[in-house]
Design a binder for this molecule. Structure first.
Ligand SMILES: CCCCCC/C=C/CC(=O)SCCNC(=O)CCNC(=O)[C@H](O)C(C)(C)COP(=O)(O)OP(=O)(O)OC[C@H]1O[C@@H](n2cnc3c(N)ncnc32)[C@H](O)[C@@H]1OP(=O)(O)O
Length: 702
C-alpha cells in the first residue's frame, strides 16, 4: 500500500516525525521511505474537490529541504506526483532499480503544484523537465539516474542503502543540496525553446489546458526567482484545479480502472470468474488486422501460430510481421525475441493444439461461418474461439460451433498492435470463463478491454452510425466537409468525420449499406431517393463510391489528395459543385450552419445512442462507453467521453436540443430522445457515477 500524500494523517505523520528527528541530537540524518515497498503514488485523487485538512504540502516540503540534517528519500515502487515532489525536497534520492518516477499531474488536468515545476527544471534542466512535466510520463530508475532526478540506484534493499548513505553524509554541508536555491540552467535558445514547447503541446493537447499551464509554470522557473516561480505555480494550479477538464480527466482515470471490473447481465463478474491461462494462441487470416494482432500477441511472450491459406499473402504477411516486430523492439531498445515466437502455416490444422484462436479473416459472415465450423472441428476440446469482427453477430458465429460457450468477440482497432482499445463481446451463451480469459489476454497485450454485449456494431460502431448520418445530413442542408471537420477537430477529435472517412475508406461503409439493402443501383444516372423504409437517408456516400472515390487510397473522396495514398486532404472544387448540383436536384436550399449545430447534431445523436445502449444493457455503465470512445475513437480525453460530456453539458440541455432537432427532422429516429435520457432528467439529472442506479431500476421494471 503506497501512502497517499493527500491524507492529512500521513502528512501530519511526516511533519511530526521529521520535526522530532531534527530536534533529537542523537539523530544525525533522516531517511524517508514508504510502506510495503512503495514510496508514494501521490495525492488521493478521490479527495480532490473535498475539504483539505491537515498540514499543507508546500510548507512541509520546504521544511524538509531547509533541515540542517541530511534527509534522504528511499524510493521503492513509485514516486509519483506529490510523492516525487516530496523526494525533490529531500537532499538526496536513492531509487530501487525497479522504481518508477514521474509527475503525472498533467494527465489529471493539473500541474505539479508542490514545487515540482520549480525544482525539477533547476535539477535536470529545462528541456528534460518540460518533457516529464508536459507528458506526465513515468520513467524507470535507470533513466531517472541518467537525467539526474535521482543520485543513486540500488539493486537490493533501497532502505538499507539509503540508511548507509545517510550516515555517510551526516556531517557534510547541505547548502549545495537544496534544489530551490539552484539557479535554473537557462538555455541560450530560451525563446525558441519555449515557443517550440508551447507549439508542441498546443498541437498535441487538442484543446487541453493543463499542458499549456505546465509550460507556463516551467517558464516561470526559468525567468523568475524561486519564490516568485512558486507564486506563479500556485496561480496556474488554482485555475486548473476547479476546471471541468480536470474533472473529466480524473473521471477517465477511475473509469479506465472501473471497466476492468466487468459484469454481465447474467450476474457473472470479473471477481468471480477465473480466466484460463493461455500459453499458445493462433491468428487466422493475416490481412492488416491479423498481422497487428499476431504482433501484439507475440509481444506478450506467447507462442503464436499465424495461419493464412493464400501462399502469397502468407509470405507477404510474414515479412510485414517480422518488420513490425523488429521496429517495435528497436524502439524499445530490445532484441526482437518475439520474432521466434511466431510460426506460420497455410493449413488450419496447425491450430489443433492452441489454447485460444483469434479469427481475423475478411469481414464477411459466410467466410467467418466457414472458419468457425472448421475451427470447431480442428481445435482441441476447450479452445476459446474468438472473432475479430467490428459489427457481425457473434452469437451467430457461436452457433456454428460445438461449444458456443467458448466463443467471444475480440474487436481490435487498427492498427491492432498500437491501438489500446479492445471490445470483448459476449453473447448469451458465452461462458464467464471465456470473457475472463479474453479480458485477461487483452490486458497482457497492453489493451484496455471493455466487456460489451452483442448487437450490431457493439458499442463503438453502433454509436458511430448516427454521428456519421448527421454529418451527411448536414452536407445536404448547407454544410461542407471542411466546416463539419473543423467543428469536430476544434472540439478535440484528431480528425473530423469526413477526413476520417477518407482515411478508413468510403467503400467500407458502402459495403455494409449494400449488405443492408440500402444502396440503390445506378444512382449516378438516376434520381436517388432520400428515404429508406420511412427514414431519412442520404445517398451522398454511395454516389461518391459509385464514382470510385474511396478516399485517400484512390486520391479522391470527400477531399482530394495529391496522389492515391497521400495523406494531406485538400478542399475539392469538384465535390463542392457536385454537392450544389445534388442539392439543386433534390430541391434542397442550403442554409447557414454553424459549429454549434454541427456539434449538437453529431454529438447528441451519438450520445442518444449511448443512452439506448445503456438501456439495452449492451454496456454495463457510462464508464464503459466513455472508455471505448476515448481509447478507440479519438474522443478528447479532457472531455471525459460522450456520456460524461453529456453530464457536463447538462442532461436537460441535451434532451431539449434533441427534442428540438427531432421536431425539425421527424424522419430521423436517431434524434428522438431515448427514454433513459428522459428518465435521468426526470430523476433530477444525477451525476454520471449514479446513473447505474437509474439503469438498474429501469432494467428491473422491464
Ligand atoms: C491546491 C494544491 C493541492 C496540491 C495537493 C498535492 C497534489 C499532488 C498532486 C498529485 O499527487 S496528483 C496524483 C499523482 N499520482 C498519480 O497520478 C498516480 C496514479 N496512479 C497510478 O499511476 C497507478 O495507480 C500506480 C500508483 C502506478 C499503481 O498502478 P497499479 O497498476 O499497481 O494499480 P492501479 O490498478 O492503477 O491502482 C490500484 C487502485 O488504487 C487506486 N489509485 C491509484 N492511484 C490513486 C490515487 N492517486 N488516488 C486515488 N486512488 C488511486 C486505483 O483507482 C485502484 O483502485 P481500485 O478501486 O482497486 O480500482
Amino acid at each position: 500500500m503506497c501512502f497517499i500524500l493527500h491524507s492529512a494523517a500521513v502528512r501530519q505523520g511526516i511533519v511530526d516525525t521529521v520535526k522530532r528527528a531534527l530536534g533529537d541530537p542523537k539523530v544525525k540524518s533522516v531517511v524517508i521511505c514508504g510502506q510495503n515497498g512503495i514510496f508514494c503514488g501521490g495525492a488521493d485523487i478521490k479527495e480532490f474537490g473535498t475539504n483539505m485538512s491537515g498540514p499543507p504540502l508546500v510548507p512541509m516540503i520546504h521544511a524538509i529541504e531547509a533541515a540542517n540534517k541530511p534527509v534522504v528519500a528511499a524510493i521503492e515502487g513509485s514516486a509519483l506526483g506529490g510523492g516525487l515532489e516530496l523526494a525533490l525536497g529531500c537532499h538526496y534520492r536513492i531509487a530501487h532499480s525497479k522504481a518508477r518516477l514521474g509527475l503525472p499531474e498533467v494527465s489529471l488536468g493539473l500541474l505539479p503544484a508542490a514545487g515540482g515545476t520549480q525544482r525539477l527544471p533547476r535539477l535536470i534542466g529545462v528541456p528534460a523537465a518540460l518533457d516529464l512535466i508536459t507528458t506526465g510520463r513515468h520513467v524507470a530508475a535507470a533513466e531517472a539516474l541518467q537525467l539526474g532526478v535521482v543520485d543513486r540506484v540500488a539493486e537490493h534493499s533501497t532502505v538499507d542503502a539509503a540508511v548507509k548513505f545517510a550516515l555517510s553524509v551526516a556531517a557534510k554541508p547541505l547548502d549545495a543540496r537544496r534544489i530551490s536555491t539552484y539557479p535554473c540552467p537557462c538555455p541560450s535558445d530560451f525563446d525558441a525553446l519555449f515557443e517550440g514547447a508551447m507549439q508542441k503541446v498546443r498541437q498535441n493537447a487538442r484543446g487541453a489546458i493543463a499542458p499549456v499551464a505546465c509550460v507556463q509554470a516551467v517558464r516561470a522557473a526559468a525567468t523568475r526567482p524561486y519564490l516568485q516561480g512558486m507564486e506563479r505555480e500556485k496561480e496556474l494550479m488554482a485555475t486548473l484545479f476547479t476546471s471541468g477538464q480536470a474533472r473529466a480527466l480524473q473521471y477517465c482515470f477511475f473509469a479506465q480502472r472501473a471497466v476492468s471490473k466487468w459484469s454481465m447481465p447474467n450476474g457473472a463478474r470479473w471477481d468471480t470468474s477465473k480466466p484460463r491461462p493461455v500459453h499458445k494462441a493462433a491468428v487466422i487470416g493475416l490481412g492488416t488486422m491479423g498481422r497487428g494482432i499476431a504482433v501484439a500477441l507475440a509481444q506478450t511472450g506467447l507462442s503464436v501460430v499465424a495461419v493464412e491459406t493464400q501462399e502469397k499473402q502468407l509470405m507477404e504477411a510474414k515479412q510485414a510481421v517480422s518488420g513490425m516486430l523488429e521496429r517495435g523492439a528497436k524502439r524499445r531498445g530490445l532484441t526482437p525475441a518475439a520474432l521466434h515466437k511466431i510460426s506460420y502455416s497455410h493449413d488450419i490444422q496447425a491450430v489443433a493444439d492452441v489454447d485460444l484462436v483469434i479469427e481475423a479473416v475478411f469481414e464477411d459472415m459466410a467466410l467467418k461461418k466457414k472458419v468457425f465450423q472448421q475451427l470447431s472441428a480442428v481445435c482441441k476440446p476447450g479452445t476459446f474461439l474468438c472473432t475479430n469482427t467490428s459489427a457481425l453477430d457473434v452469437d451467430h458465429l457461436a452457433s456454428q460451433t460445438r461449444n458456443p460457450e467458448l466463443v467471444v468477440g475480440m474487436h481490435f482497432f487498427a492498427p491492432a498492435h498500437v491501438m489500446k482499445l479492445l471490445e470483448v463481446v459476449y453473447g448469451p451463451q458465452s461462458s464467464p470463463q471465456a470473457v475472463a480469459t479474453a479480458m485477461q489476454l487483452g490486458k497482457k497485450m497492453g489493451k484496455v478491454g471493455v466487456a460489451v454485449g452483442n448487437c450490431r456494431g457493439f458499442v463503438g460502431n453502433r454509436m458511430l452510425k448516427p454521428y456519421i448520418e448527421q454529418a451527411f445530413f448536414l452536407l445536404e442542408e448547407g454544410a461542407t466537409p471542411e466546416l463539419v471537420d473543423r467543428a469536430l477537430e476544434e472540439f478535440g477529435f484528431p480528425m473530423g468525420v469526413f477526413r476520417m472517412s477518407d482515411l478508413s475508406g468510403l467503400d467500407v461503409g458502402w459495403r455494409v449499406r449494400k449488405g443492408d439493402g440500402l444502396v440503390e443501383s445506378g444512382l449516378a444516372s438516376g434520381q436517388p431517393t432520400r428515404l429508406r423504409e420511412g427514414r431519412r437517408y442520404s445517398p451522398l456516400g454511395d454516389l461518391l463510391c459509385e464514382q470510385g472515390r474511396f478516399g485517400q487510397k484512390t486520391g479522391r473522396g470527400w477531399y482530394q489528395y495529391d496522389q492515391p495514398g497521400s495523406r494531406v486532404a485538400r478542399s475539392d472544387p469538384w465535390f463542392h459543385s457536385f454537392l450544389e448540383e445534388y442539392r439543386a436536384r433534390h430541391g434542397l436550399v442550403a442554409r447557414r450552419i454553424d459549429h454549434q449545430e454541427v456539434l449538437e447534431r453529431c454529438l447528441y445523436a451519438l450520445i442518444n445512442e449511448g443512452f439506448r445502449i445503456l438501456e439495452d444493457g449492451i454496456a454495463a455503465g457510462p464508464e464503459d462507453i466513455d472508455i471505448i470512445y476515448v481509447f478507440g475513437y479519438g474522443w478528447p480525453r479532457h472531455r471525459g467521453g460522450p456520456m460524461f460530456y453529456a453530464g457536463m453539458v447538462g442532461l436537460a440541455r441535451v434532451l431539449e436540443r434533441l427534442e428540438h432537432y427531432h421536431q425539425a427532422h421527424p424522419d430521423v429516429p436517431y434524434l428522438q430522445p431515448c427514454s433513459l435520457l428522459r428518465r435521468l432528467v426526470a430523476s433530477g439529472s444525477p451525476p454520471v457515477h449514479r446513473w447505474r442506479e437509474v439503469i438498474k431500476k429501469l432494467h428491473s421494471q422491464l
